[in-house]
Write a protein that binds this ligand. Sequence first.
Ligand SMILES: [Cu+2]
Length: 92
Amino acid sequence: MGRLNFNNPTRRDTTVMPAKGWLALAFRVDNPGAWLFHCHIAWHAGQGLSMQFLETVSEIPGTVNLAELEPTCSIWTQYYATSQCKQWDSGL
Ligand SMILES: [Cu+2]
């Protein structure tokens, strides 16, 4: 089993998880939002190797202008209803 490095840990936004292994991650909680954590192998993500961190939920509404996002969501919904290609996995 590996040891945790608290003195000079790797700092990056991607990492490799060893086969049949594990990884530990830590992050400073200073950025309210919904952050996706996922495997970069698409079918792995589709099988469930993804999760979402909700950070400082009470502060999220103040960081997003939902009225500004809504038109894009509406356009997507209209397009998807007519699309020949339907989502069959997680969508990642
Ligand atoms: Cu994977």
